[in-house]
Design a protein around this ligand. Structure first.
Ligand code: SF4
Length: 246
């Protein structure tokens, strides 16, 4: 049974505020009956996979295959599995929901309107994510505090009110430079698109490289205005934050 509940979050935030990523992930493994790690195969998530694998921690890893990913992302799944000798559980959208959506709005419906794009993200990403989180009693993800203004007050552990389980952010205090240094030092496999100007890598049809100085989010759904770009919202400790860029 999990020792972590909504009432204990505040004390645990204090307890874990100076903990290393390795300590936070180990804490999740020790105190959750069924922890799970949601990996988008991004650089931060590859660091967490490396920590889980080298620490031989009993934390299943899953990723969402929206059906629209880059070939490089599929190759990275295979490379990561081979490198660490582990299995990344690949979760797919509900086939009937995808067929219904495409029948009604077309294969590239995300260009039709904001609502259509959000429908696509809902069917291909949010529903499978919720489904997988429903199998666990706490999850781990690769958010960093300096990625976005909405993340500046986040902690190493939060209560994910939307899914009613705790969420661990072991890299919350890391900078991008920390992430890159860890990858280099430990020879962690990463998506080669990062070397071509892709920062946040999602679906191929909705991700582009960015120019130096451009905002990170400029590479996602670039045909929309910035305030319309959330792929799904959830509430953490009473605050609305953007969902992870899966
Ligand atoms: S990122 Fe684009 S293709 Fe992927 S689920 Fe969202 S709208 Fe659909």
């Amino acid at each position: 049974m999990s020792k972590i509940n909504k009432k204990s979050i505040s004390a645990l935030q204090h307890e874990l505020q100076d903990a290393t990523a390795e300590q936070i992930i180990a804490f999740a493994a020790q105190n959750l009956a069924s922890p799970i790690f949601a990996s988008s195969l991004g650089q931060e998530d590859q660091v967490i996979t490396d920590i889980i694998a080298t620490g031989e921690l009993d934390i299943p890893i899953f990723t969402l295959d929206t059906g629209r990913l880059f070939p490089e992302t599929y190759d990275l799944i295979a490379e990561t599995e081979a490198r660490y000798g582990l299995k990344i559980e690949t979760t797919f959208p509900n086939t009937g929901k995808v067929e219904e959506m495409v029948r009604e709005e077309g294969i590239n419906l995300f260009h039709n309107s904001i609502e259509s794009r959000k429908r696509c993200c809902g069917v291909r990403k949010m529903e499978p994510l919720r489904r997988m989180l429903g199998t666990s009693n706490g999850w781990i993800c690769g958010l960093r505090r300096d990625q976005s203004p909405t993340r500046t007050e986040m902690h190493a552990i939060e209560w994910d009110a939307g899914n009613d389980i705790p969420k661990f952010n072991p890299l919350i205090n890391w900078t991008l430079e920390d992430v890159l240094a860890y990858i280099k030092k430990n020879d962690v496999p990463y998506n080669p698109l990062h070397d071509q100007g892709f920062i946040s890598i999602g679906c191929a049809c909705c991700t582009r490289a960015i120019e130096p100085g451009e905002d990170i989010r400029a590479g996602r759904w670039w045909w929309e205005s910035p305030e319309q770009k959330e792929c799904g919202l959830h509430v953490v400790d009473g605050k609305i934050v953007r969902s992870k860029d899966l």
